[in-house]
Design a protein around this ligand. Structure first.
Ligand code: DP6
Length: 374
């Protein structure tokens, strides 16, 4: 038996087929559902995937609290079940047809799992707590919000559904919209991708990291420094694609597996020094993968490097526990314990804001996942 097959059979929880439902005989005529779902920042990064949106390695993230999307989905039964989807999108109060192809693709991917989407016309109204052009990816919070709304409709059609299935399927659907979105559903720390030391972990959906987490990490702070608010030159989807045939892919995927094992111990013991070393290495490895892809690309900007250097200097001078991580862009996430909040915020205002576009940054902290708005 191959190692992979062994891991799958030993740790598999639900299969994709467990999420398929038959079209419902009785449908509700209309209704609305609203969810507020967060963004997340990966500590061990997802970079590289295979069809259908399955990760090449496990990842773990902090769920954020302040950076979120609020989505209301209004549904109205159509006269008959149609072959085409029917939906409108309103973003921050205005019709937004440019988002339609992405939602169309999402619906196509998930229709076998939520067949009722062909029975309804939807009006999807969304807004983000963070500025639209901030360089903060809205796909994680946006796709998870849609998934939560759809699962709420499914639960109204099938009230006997159990809560664990509800959240797993919501994460499963969100993943099909955007991989990292599956980590924006439930939990303060979330693991996505099978790992033999994480019980219940799956490539299909994210699961809350349920082993011990030291108090220091439960209150971790994240300030996002907005270095570049523009559209990225290379999308994450293209970046993931370039991991196919990448000369370092195999080692990178193994490194991520090893990092999950290590971070499990770090989180349990509260070892902030080891946390810093692992998290910064992950961020730089992610960007090293981009720089060594064919074609190669660089998403960091000169100010990204200025900030990293300042953070290292500050950490040394003040014996601080601040560290940085990066997502697929130029913005910098600063992670630090709550006990350092005041000092670090002063440092950011005095020494780092000048490297941000229009001196913009967003203070955030560890959050707990999606919330239904009544
Ligand atoms: C660098 O989830 O945005 O942020 O699955 O193609 O939608 P798609 O990609 P996406 O990739 C995120 C990559 C990352 C690391 C991470 O969040 O783990």
């Amino acid at each position: 038996m191959l190692q992979n097959e062994y891991i799958c059979s030993k740790f598999k929880d639900l299969n994709a087929s467990d999420f398929i439902v038959k079209p419902f005989d009785t449908l509700l005529n209309d209704g609305t559902t609203t969810w507020k779902t967060p963004s997340n920042i990966a500590l061990v990064k997802y970079w590289g995937k295979r069809d259908p949106q399955l990760p090449e390695n496990p990842s773990i993230s902090f769920t954020l609290n302040n950076c979120h999307t609020v989505t209301t989905m209004a549904y109205q039964k159509r006269i008959s079940r149609e072959t085409e989807f029917s939906f409108e999108i309103i973003f921050e109060g205005k019709t937004k047809d440019s988002f339609k192809p992405k939602i169309q693709k999402f619906f196509e991917r998930i229709v076998d799992y939520v067949p009722f989407i062909k029975d309804y016309h939807f009006i999807i109204s969304s807004e983000n707590s963070f500025p639209h052009s901030s360089g903060i990816a809205s796909s994680a919070s946006g796709m998870s919000a849609l998934a939560m709304c759809l699962m709420t409709i499914e639960k109204r059609l099938n009230p006997g559904m159990d809560t664990s299935y509800f959240y797993k399927k919501a994460s499963f659907l969100a993943r099909l919209g955007s991989g990292s979105a599956c980590r924006s559903v439930k939990g303060d720390l979330v693991v996505w991708g099978e790992h033999e030391e994480i019980a219940g972990s799956s490539d299909l959906y994210g699961v809350p990291f349920s082993t011990k987490v030291a108090p220091v990490f439960k209150e971790y702070q994240d300030t996002i420094l907005l270095v570049d608010k523009g559209e990225k030159q290379v999308s994450s989807t293209v970046g993931h694609e370039l991991m196919h045939g990448h000369p370092f892919a195999k080692n990178r995927f193994q490194q991520a597996v090893d990092h999950i094992s290590k971070i499990k111990t770090i989180l349990a013991t509260g070892n902030v020094q080891d946390f810093i070393a692992l998290v910064e290495s992950e961020a730089l490895t992610l960007h090293a993968m981009m720089m060594t892809s064919q074609p190669y690309f660089i998403l960091m900007k000169p100010n990204t490097l200025e900030i990293i250097q300042k953070v290292w200097n500050y950490r040394e001078a003040h014996k601080s526990s601040i560290c940085f991580t990066l997502d697929a862009g130029a913005n910098v996430h600063l992670l630090y314990p709550k006990s350092e909040k005041e000092m670090v915020r002063e440092f950011i205002e005095k020494e780092l804001a000048m490297f941000c576009q229009q001196s913009h940054f967003i203070h955030d902290e560890l959050g707990s996942g999606a919330i239904e708005i009544e």
